[in-house]
Design a protein around this ligand. Structure first.
Ligand code: GYE
Length: 331
């Protein structure tokens, strides 16, 4: 026997369905609303390192734009280069029951406890830009970012080639990134490994400038005071190299000539210095991680498998190549 719904019931069901859709639409526009609402919008909690460099600014812009483009509700926190702030932000995200947490860990160590808390709350975590040294790989779904060891190695290999005819010692000073951060540890390692190919190449001083211009300037001033003969500067990012330029010029030396300068990143200001002959070589590190990150956020939210490691594609720049690339450089 066929059953028919009484027409009043049909109307009631339809009305309820329409109301639900309407409410979902309202929820959509409510960006500050409760996380993991049932309207299907994914809420992403993102803890950024800070705003220490041109690279970081470009990275933040890329993430914010990509979230908007992907229709992802982004809760963004700036940790001002402090691990304790990042841990606090992650705990807040857990409390707010966001769907996915992503962060760029300022340093490599000390994350296990908070990552375990996220795991217990069943919130997937994505590492972006920088990684952690946790032995338990199940604490995060994937790591999206550059190969920092390779960047250091490319910088070192270029120098080995430039100085292959050197008959005496070549004195190198190194401006390290934030102490304990993955890019500082890894770029230092890759560079040291590469220059070992030429025993004339010697690092005579190495200190952190915290990835900032002010830090780069200040530490370079100390280097110049303490060391009468500096032939090469390897700075772990453009910003520290740009800060160092001021110190070098103030000391009466010509950057790019008296002192060969190698940096990492290739942000616009760095590329300009390279094109102007003040820098000599840059190993690129791309900050444009936003679109790939949003793809991963959707996938892990849907429970799809993602590769444990996703590496960013990068290149290197000489002065001539910088001149060519500069007009189209977006960041
Ligand atoms: O090279 C530097 C920034 O983690 C790759 O952080 C990033 C580094 C980048 O401050 O400029």
């Amino acid at each position: 026997m066929r059953t028919h719904l009484p027409s009043r019931k049909v109307i009631a069901v339809l009305t309820a369905a329409l109301l639900a859709t309407g409410m979902a639409a309202c929820g959509n526009s409510d960006t500050g609303g409760s996380a993991s609402g049932d309207d299907g919008t994914i809420t992403l909690g993102f803890s950024q390192v800070g705003a220490e460099s041109g690279w970081r600014t470009a990275n933040t812009t890329s993430i914010k734009e990509a979230a908007t483009g992907a229709g992802i509700d982004l809760k963004f926190d700036d940790a001002q280069q402090k691990q304790e702030n990042q841990i606090k932000a992650i705990r807040n995200f857990i409390q707010q029951k966001v769907d996915v947490i992503a962060f760029s860990p300022v340093v490599e160590s000390g994350w296990d406890t908070v990552l375990k808390e996220a795991k217990d709350a069943k919130i997937p975590v994505i590492l972006t830009d920088r990684s952690v040294d946790s032995a338990d790989k199940s604490l995060y779904k994937t790591f999206l970012g550059s190969d920092f060891v390779k960047e250091g190695r490319l910088a070192g290999e270029w120098l080995v080639e430039q100085k292959k005819a050197a008959s005496g010692p070549v004195n190198i000073v190194e401006l390290q990134g934030t102490t304990g951060s993955a890019p500082a540890n890894d770029r230092k390692k890759g560079f040291a490994e590469a220059i070992a190919a030429n025993p004339n190449l010697k690092i005579i001083a190495s200190q952190s400038g915290d990835f900032t211009r002010a830090g780069g300037k200040q530490v370079m001033e100390q280097f110049l005071k303490a060391n009468p003969k500096i032939d090469v500067l390897f700075a772990h990012n453009d910003d520290m190299g740009l800060g160092a330029l001021e110190a070098i010029t103030a000391a009466g030396k010509v950057p790019g000539k008296d002192i060969t300068i190698i940096t990492v990143d290739a942000v616009k200001d760095g590329m300009q210095a390279l094109a102007d002959g003040k820098f000599n070589f840059i190993a690129e590190c791309s900050p444009l991680l936003g679109p790939q990150l949003m793809d991963l956020v959707k996938k892990v939210h849907n429970g799809e498998e993602v590769p444990a490691r996703i590496e960013t594609q990068e290149t290197t720049f000489t002065q001539e190549q910088a001149k060519e690339a500069l007009p189209n450089r977006k960041y």
